[in-house]
Design a protein around this ligand. Structure first.
Ligand SMILES: Nc1ncnc2c1ncn2[C@@H]1O[C@H](COP(=O)(O)OP(=O)(O)OP(=O)(O)O)[C@@H](O)[C@H]1O
Ligand SMILES: [Mg+2]
Length: 271
Protein backbone atom coordinates (compact mmCIF):
# COMPACT_ATOMS: atom_id res chain seq x y z
CA UNK A 1 0.00 0.00 0.00
CA UNK A 2 2.80 2.36 0.99
CA UNK A 3 6.48 2.37 0.26
CA UNK A 4 8.79 5.08 1.53
CA UNK A 5 12.46 5.36 0.63
CA UNK A 6 14.67 7.74 2.60
CA UNK A 7 11.61 9.90 3.16
CA UNK A 8 12.42 13.18 4.91
CA UNK A 9 10.73 16.39 5.93
CA UNK A 10 12.65 19.49 6.79
CA UNK A 11 10.57 22.49 7.85
CA UNK A 12 11.52 25.95 6.60
CA UNK A 13 13.18 26.75 9.95
CA UNK A 14 15.68 23.95 9.24
CA UNK A 15 14.20 21.40 11.66
CA UNK A 16 14.31 17.88 10.25
CA UNK A 17 11.15 16.27 11.66
CA UNK A 18 11.33 13.09 9.59
CA UNK A 19 14.79 11.92 8.72
CA UNK A 20 15.34 9.35 5.97
CA UNK A 21 12.60 6.82 6.71
CA UNK A 22 12.35 3.52 4.83
CA UNK A 23 8.98 1.87 5.20
CA UNK A 24 6.78 -0.72 3.53
CA UNK A 25 3.15 -1.23 4.51
CA UNK A 26 1.06 -3.94 2.87
CA UNK A 27 -2.59 -3.53 1.95
CA UNK A 28 -4.79 -4.40 4.91
CA UNK A 29 -1.92 -4.27 7.40
CA UNK A 30 -2.47 -2.85 10.88
CA UNK A 31 0.54 -0.98 12.20
CA UNK A 32 1.05 1.32 15.15
CA UNK A 33 3.66 4.05 15.52
CA UNK A 34 4.93 4.99 18.95
CA UNK A 35 7.60 7.34 20.20
CA UNK A 36 8.18 10.38 22.39
CA UNK A 37 6.61 13.74 21.73
CA UNK A 38 8.32 15.45 18.81
CA UNK A 39 9.53 12.16 17.30
CA UNK A 40 7.92 13.05 13.96
CA UNK A 41 4.85 10.77 14.07
CA UNK A 42 2.33 13.42 13.03
CA UNK A 43 4.67 14.83 10.40
CA UNK A 44 5.10 11.35 8.92
CA UNK A 45 1.31 10.84 8.88
CA UNK A 46 0.80 14.21 7.19
CA UNK A 47 3.12 13.06 4.42
CA UNK A 48 1.37 9.69 4.24
CA UNK A 49 -2.05 11.35 3.88
CA UNK A 50 -0.63 13.69 1.24
CA UNK A 51 -1.32 16.84 3.25
CA UNK A 52 2.28 18.03 3.16
CA UNK A 53 5.02 17.24 0.65
CA UNK A 54 8.26 15.55 1.60
CA UNK A 55 11.47 17.49 1.13
CA UNK A 56 13.48 14.49 -0.02
CA UNK A 57 13.19 10.77 -0.60
CA UNK A 58 10.42 8.88 -2.36
CA UNK A 59 6.90 7.89 -1.39
CA UNK A 60 4.66 5.48 -3.27
CA UNK A 61 0.97 4.85 -2.71
CA UNK A 62 0.18 1.53 -4.38
CA UNK A 63 3.02 2.02 -6.81
CA UNK A 64 1.92 5.59 -7.56
CA UNK A 65 4.76 8.01 -6.91
CA UNK A 66 3.36 10.73 -4.66
CA UNK A 67 5.70 13.69 -5.25
CA UNK A 68 4.68 14.97 -8.64
CA UNK A 69 0.97 14.28 -8.18
CA UNK A 70 -1.10 17.41 -8.55
CA UNK A 71 -4.58 18.65 -9.43
CA UNK A 72 -7.27 15.96 -9.85
CA UNK A 73 -4.80 13.08 -9.48
CA UNK A 74 -3.66 14.37 -6.09
CA UNK A 75 -7.28 14.89 -5.02
CA UNK A 76 -8.17 11.37 -6.12
CA UNK A 77 -5.18 9.91 -4.24
CA UNK A 78 -6.16 11.85 -1.11
CA UNK A 79 -9.66 10.43 -1.24
CA UNK A 80 -8.20 6.96 -0.79
CA UNK A 81 -6.91 7.93 2.66
CA UNK A 82 -9.12 8.75 5.64
CA UNK A 83 -7.60 10.52 8.63
CA UNK A 84 -8.77 10.62 12.22
CA UNK A 85 -7.11 13.22 14.44
CA UNK A 86 -6.82 13.66 18.17
CA UNK A 87 -8.86 16.84 17.79
CA UNK A 88 -11.66 15.48 15.69
CA UNK A 89 -11.84 18.46 13.31
CA UNK A 90 -15.63 18.37 13.48
CA UNK A 91 -17.73 21.47 13.03
CA UNK A 92 -19.28 21.81 16.52
CA UNK A 93 -22.41 23.76 15.60
CA UNK A 94 -23.46 21.35 12.86
CA UNK A 95 -25.63 18.30 13.34
CA UNK A 96 -23.90 14.94 13.56
CA UNK A 97 -25.35 13.83 10.21
CA UNK A 98 -23.68 16.77 8.47
CA UNK A 99 -20.32 16.17 10.07
CA UNK A 100 -20.47 12.52 9.08
CA UNK A 101 -21.37 13.35 5.50
CA UNK A 102 -18.49 15.81 5.27
CA UNK A 103 -16.37 12.69 4.87
CA UNK A 104 -18.25 11.88 1.69
CA UNK A 105 -18.91 15.26 0.25
CA UNK A 106 -15.48 16.65 0.97
CA UNK A 107 -17.16 19.58 2.67
CA UNK A 108 -15.79 21.03 5.85
CA UNK A 109 -16.63 24.20 7.71
CA UNK A 110 -17.60 26.08 4.56
CA UNK A 111 -20.17 23.55 3.43
CA UNK A 112 -22.94 24.24 5.94
CA UNK A 113 -25.27 25.98 3.50
CA UNK A 114 -25.12 23.12 1.03
CA UNK A 115 -26.28 20.59 3.58
CA UNK A 116 -29.90 21.48 2.96
CA UNK A 117 -29.38 19.55 -0.28
CA UNK A 118 -28.45 16.27 1.40
CA UNK A 119 -30.46 13.40 -0.10
CA UNK A 120 -32.24 10.67 1.93
CA UNK A 121 -29.79 8.07 0.60
CA UNK A 122 -26.92 10.09 2.06
CA UNK A 123 -28.68 10.39 5.41
CA UNK A 124 -29.14 6.63 5.35
CA UNK A 125 -25.46 6.20 4.68
CA UNK A 126 -24.60 8.43 7.64
CA UNK A 127 -27.04 6.47 9.80
CA UNK A 128 -25.38 3.21 8.79
CA UNK A 129 -21.95 4.56 9.71
CA UNK A 130 -23.23 5.82 13.06
CA UNK A 131 -24.75 2.41 13.69
CA UNK A 132 -21.37 0.84 13.06
CA UNK A 133 -19.73 3.11 15.64
CA UNK A 134 -22.54 2.57 18.14
CA UNK A 135 -24.33 5.94 18.26
CA UNK A 136 -27.11 5.85 15.61
CA UNK A 137 -29.45 7.75 17.91
CA UNK A 138 -27.21 10.82 17.63
CA UNK A 139 -27.85 11.32 13.90
CA UNK A 140 -29.63 14.64 14.35
CA UNK A 141 -27.97 15.75 17.58
CA UNK A 142 -25.85 18.87 17.58
CA UNK A 143 -22.23 17.79 17.50
CA UNK A 144 -21.14 20.08 20.35
CA UNK A 145 -23.69 18.39 22.64
CA UNK A 146 -21.83 15.07 22.38
CA UNK A 147 -19.17 13.83 24.78
CA UNK A 148 -15.54 13.71 23.62
CA UNK A 149 -15.78 9.94 23.09
CA UNK A 150 -18.98 10.27 21.07
CA UNK A 151 -17.39 12.99 18.95
CA UNK A 152 -14.49 10.66 18.27
CA UNK A 153 -17.03 8.08 17.09
CA UNK A 154 -18.52 10.70 14.77
CA UNK A 155 -15.02 11.26 13.36
CA UNK A 156 -14.71 7.51 12.76
CA UNK A 157 -18.17 7.46 11.10
CA UNK A 158 -17.06 10.31 8.85
CA UNK A 159 -14.12 8.24 7.68
CA UNK A 160 -16.44 5.25 7.14
CA UNK A 161 -18.66 7.15 4.72
CA UNK A 162 -15.57 8.35 2.89
CA UNK A 163 -14.79 4.63 2.41
CA UNK A 164 -11.02 5.03 2.04
CA UNK A 165 -8.53 2.23 1.48
CA UNK A 166 -6.32 3.45 4.31
CA UNK A 167 -7.27 4.79 7.73
CA UNK A 168 -4.63 6.95 9.41
CA UNK A 169 -5.44 7.63 13.04
CA UNK A 170 -3.17 10.18 14.67
CA UNK A 171 -3.41 9.79 18.44
CA UNK A 172 -7.15 9.17 18.17
CA UNK A 173 -7.59 8.39 21.86
CA UNK A 174 -5.28 10.78 23.69
CA UNK A 175 -8.10 12.91 25.07
CA UNK A 176 -10.41 10.18 26.36
CA UNK A 177 -10.32 7.97 29.46
CA UNK A 178 -8.49 4.62 29.33
CA UNK A 179 -11.61 2.43 29.08
CA UNK A 180 -13.01 4.48 26.24
CA UNK A 181 -9.58 4.58 24.60
CA UNK A 182 -9.50 0.79 24.59
CA UNK A 183 -12.95 0.52 23.06
CA UNK A 184 -12.17 3.09 20.34
CA UNK A 185 -8.91 1.37 19.35
CA UNK A 186 -10.77 -1.95 19.33
CA UNK A 187 -13.48 -0.45 17.12
CA UNK A 188 -10.96 0.91 14.62
CA UNK A 189 -9.19 -2.41 14.52
CA UNK A 190 -12.43 -4.32 13.96
CA UNK A 191 -13.40 -1.94 11.16
CA UNK A 192 -10.03 -2.47 9.51
CA UNK A 193 -10.20 -6.25 9.89
CA UNK A 194 -13.74 -6.62 8.57
CA UNK A 195 -13.24 -4.22 5.63
CA UNK A 196 -9.64 -5.02 4.74
CA UNK A 197 -8.71 -1.34 5.10
CA UNK A 198 -5.11 -0.65 6.00
CA UNK A 199 -4.89 0.86 9.51
CA UNK A 200 -2.00 3.03 10.67
CA UNK A 201 -2.25 4.49 14.14
CA UNK A 202 -0.06 6.81 16.20
CA UNK A 203 -0.39 6.01 19.86
CA UNK A 204 0.99 7.52 23.04
CA UNK A 205 -0.15 4.50 25.01
CA UNK A 206 2.43 1.72 24.73
CA UNK A 207 -0.01 -0.59 26.46
CA UNK A 208 -2.64 -0.11 23.74
CA UNK A 209 -0.01 -0.49 21.04
CA UNK A 210 1.21 -3.78 22.50
CA UNK A 211 -2.31 -5.04 23.13
CA UNK A 212 -3.87 -4.38 19.75
CA UNK A 213 -1.17 -4.42 17.10
CA UNK A 214 1.13 -7.08 15.79
CA UNK A 215 3.57 -4.69 14.20
CA UNK A 216 5.03 -1.69 16.02
CA UNK A 217 7.25 1.02 14.63
CA UNK A 218 9.22 3.09 17.11
CA UNK A 219 10.10 6.62 15.99
CA UNK A 220 12.64 8.81 17.71
CA UNK A 221 14.21 12.04 16.40
CA UNK A 222 12.55 11.51 13.03
CA UNK A 223 14.12 8.09 12.54
CA UNK A 224 12.81 4.55 12.83
CA UNK A 225 14.42 3.03 15.89
CA UNK A 226 12.69 -0.32 15.42
CA UNK A 227 10.09 -1.87 13.16
CA UNK A 228 9.19 -5.14 14.84
CA UNK A 229 6.65 -7.80 15.46
CA UNK A 230 5.01 -6.96 18.78
CA UNK A 231 6.07 -10.31 20.20
CA UNK A 232 9.70 -9.25 19.74
CA UNK A 233 9.47 -5.89 21.51
CA UNK A 234 11.47 -5.81 24.71
CA UNK A 235 11.80 -3.43 27.64
CA UNK A 236 15.11 -2.33 26.12
CA UNK A 237 13.36 -1.28 22.90
CA UNK A 238 10.96 0.86 24.86
CA UNK A 239 13.61 2.27 27.18
CA UNK A 240 15.74 3.35 24.27
CA UNK A 241 12.71 4.77 22.47
CA UNK A 242 11.54 6.94 25.33
CA UNK A 243 14.78 7.78 27.15
CA UNK A 244 17.38 7.49 24.40
CA UNK A 245 19.26 5.02 26.56
CA UNK A 246 20.56 1.79 25.03
CA UNK A 247 22.64 -0.93 26.70
CA UNK A 248 25.59 0.10 24.52
CA UNK A 249 25.34 3.78 25.42
CA UNK A 250 25.38 5.91 28.54
CA UNK A 251 22.12 6.43 30.36
CA UNK A 252 20.84 10.00 29.96
CA UNK A 253 20.28 11.95 33.14
CA UNK A 254 17.09 13.78 34.01
CA UNK A 255 17.19 17.33 35.35
CA UNK A 256 17.86 16.02 38.88
CA UNK A 257 20.87 14.07 37.68
CA UNK A 258 19.12 10.69 37.89
CA UNK A 259 18.67 8.11 35.16
CA UNK A 260 15.07 7.48 34.10
CA UNK A 261 14.39 3.77 33.77
CA UNK A 262 11.03 2.55 32.59
CA UNK A 263 9.00 0.43 34.94
CA UNK A 264 9.89 -3.24 35.00
CA UNK A 265 6.34 -4.48 34.60
CA UNK A 266 6.04 -7.41 32.21
CA UNK A 267 4.88 -6.28 28.75
CA UNK A 268 1.23 -6.97 27.94
CA UNK A 269 0.84 -9.20 24.92
CA UNK A 270 -1.36 -8.92 21.84
CA UNK A 271 -5.03 -9.74 22.44
N1 LIG B 1 4.74 23.10 10.75
C1 LIG B 1 5.87 22.94 11.43
N2 LIG B 1 6.89 23.82 11.33
C2 LIG B 1 8.04 23.65 12.00
N3 LIG B 1 8.29 22.59 12.82
C3 LIG B 1 7.31 21.68 12.96
C4 LIG B 1 6.05 21.80 12.28
N4 LIG B 1 5.28 20.73 12.61
C5 LIG B 1 6.02 19.98 13.46
N5 LIG B 1 7.23 20.56 13.67
C6 LIG B 1 8.30 20.03 14.51
O1 LIG B 1 8.64 18.75 14.02
C7 LIG B 1 8.97 17.87 15.09
C8 LIG B 1 8.09 16.65 15.02
O2 LIG B 1 6.76 17.04 15.31
P1 LIG B 1 5.55 16.02 15.23
O3 LIG B 1 4.31 16.80 15.50
O4 LIG B 1 5.63 15.29 13.95
O5 LIG B 1 5.89 15.03 16.44
P2 LIG B 1 4.99 13.91 17.10
O6 LIG B 1 5.82 12.68 17.18
O7 LIG B 1 3.69 13.81 16.39
O8 LIG B 1 4.79 14.47 18.58
P3 LIG B 1 3.52 14.27 19.58
O9 LIG B 1 3.67 12.90 20.14
O10 LIG B 1 3.72 15.34 20.61
O11 LIG B 1 2.26 14.47 18.79
C9 LIG B 1 8.79 18.68 16.37
O12 LIG B 1 10.04 19.15 16.78
C10 LIG B 1 7.88 19.81 15.95
O13 LIG B 1 8.10 20.95 16.73
MG1 LIG C 1 1.71 14.08 16.95
Amino acid sequence: MYRAEKLSKMFPDGLVAVDGIDLAIKKGEQVTFIGPSGAGKTTLFRMLNLTIPSTSGRLFLDGLEVPGLSGPRLKEARRRIGTIYQQQNLVPRLKVVHNVLAGRLGLWSTGAALFSLVRPAEVERAYGALQRVGIPEKLFARTDELSGGQQQRVAIARVLVQDPEVILADEPVSSVDPTLATSLVRLLKEISTESGKTLLMNLHSVELALSFFQRIIGLRDGKILFDSATAEITEEHLRELYTGWSPEGDAPLDRNGHTTPLSCRPLPRAL
